[in-house]
Ligand binder design. Sequence first.
Ligand code: ADP
Ligand code: MG
Length: 569
Amino acid sequence: MTTSETGALTDGFHLVIDAMKLNDLNTIYGVPGIPITDFGRMAQAAGIRVISFRHEQHAGNAAAIAGYLTQKPGVCLTVSAPGFLNGLTALANATTNCFPMILISGSSEREIVDLQQGDYEEMDQLAIAKPLCKAAFRILHAEDIGIGIARAIRAACSGRPGGVYLDLPAKLFGQTMDAAAGAQSLVKVIDPAPAQLPSPEAVKRGLDLLKVAKKPLIILGKGAAYAQADEAIRELIEKSGIPYLPMSMAKGLLPDTHPQSAGAARSLALKQADTVMLIGARLNWLLSHGKGKTWGAPGTQKFIQIDIDPKEMDSNIEIAAPIVGDIKSTVAALLDGMGANWAAPPAEWTGAIREKVETNVARMAPRLQNNNVPMDFHGALGALKIIMKERPETILVNEGANTLDFARSIIDIYQPRKRLDVGTWGVMGIGMGFAVAAAVETGKPVLAVEGDSAFGFSGMEIETICRYNLPVCVVVFNNNGIYRGTDTNEVGDDVAPTVFVKDSRYDKMMEAFGGVGVYATSPDELSRAVNEALDSGKPTLINAVIDVNAGTESGRIGSLNPQSVVGKK
Ligand code: ADP
Ligand code: MG
């Protein structure tokens, strides 16, 4: 160990904290415990905001969505083995969704782990994390902390964003080194997500296709929302005159009420378009892989795809014009290449889409105004639709089966990155983690619309919401069960696997932690309670009683359930 003239020392704890602060990583989402309890305390003392959760998965989901909202990696901190594994689900989900995040887990002694001698919470965490994230690193020496954190940040943010695992053995935290040398070893990451300019040929190839298209369509995905190129994207859509379809989390990039939105004419648009330009959206299951009955006959549709990851091209079908580059640079290049005299697509096509949108919206409208008791999904969501229109800065978090599917199509979003949901995996359990981080990172009010089943996965985190006094209003659509509450068991005393305790009072849970609980049976009551919650900013949970008969198995993706052909009653 070398010492400077003053003899001042620093240690692993402080070097990790200093490295984070140097790189503007000012919030940690985590759960304390061995060996990171003191680290959390010291981070807080050093001015980092430390948000403690009740379960690591939700802390991880919070970090992931913080990354999506800010373009800086969200940091999740966990204990070893079980805590690490709990956080790993969120890390894998972040990677799947292309959200930048760093999972930092304390780990036990390498010497004991590697000889499998049975340490407290022993686990070879690095090896386990590797296949589930974009990159995984371990830091063994205090002098490597600066480089280790820098590598983690770059891996999370550059190219296609994703999750990074950083393994910090307990011993590292206590290691000391000369303070001046320590400060010198830290790295401020310059330009963590470098622009990736598309090649001029690729841009021209794309524009040439778009120019001759009779029925062009643009699909905006959450990559486009993540890119924060909001103005340029709006300009591209409006200048091109091309109808666009927002994927779920891209809703609000342009207001859903925009005259070029094909949102309410999705089936027609996908089936009949002759040229489709994907901007930060993958042709995965959410777009029926670009083929099958959702789409036109094979060979009748050409695809242009803008993505930062070259491997994404041709993942499911042939891409006629791949444009590899970051969305900000690429959209700018497209706008440039379109010049001043870009001709709008044939009115026959844009008119047909517009007409379909208007018909579908008009058909839906009366159903959204019903004041039935108990509520159905349309009546309840009709009330929330009006609230989101009046309060467009509110961030909507949404998960469930029917609650998700109906809310996605019914509730219009007016501003970018105001809709956060189950994402690429369609995963349940993101609700409260996303709600906490959305409030913490933006300071904006959050409305979490949750199926009763979905809520159960992260429901304990309402204590976290109350503890930090966050402006979160949770609405639980309570229909007594998974999908709906009507299943019965014909052969025994146990209830059916999909039903919950009848008429549960989720609102009482919120009251237990000092928040506001409301029991709402009609759309009017629901509306009043949500408005009050958003006005007051007080943590609120509204138990919205939904007709047990409303809802269908698995919502709109029931076809993904395998069906038994034998012995099913
Ligand atoms: P959605 O589910 O909304 O369709 P996906 O998550 O499937 O969206 O697709 C997002 C895509 O955006 C990914 O393929 C990812 O590589 C890409 N992407 C993310 N950020 C950028 C960026 N800044 N520039 C270009 N592409 C990006
Ligand atoms: Mg339910």
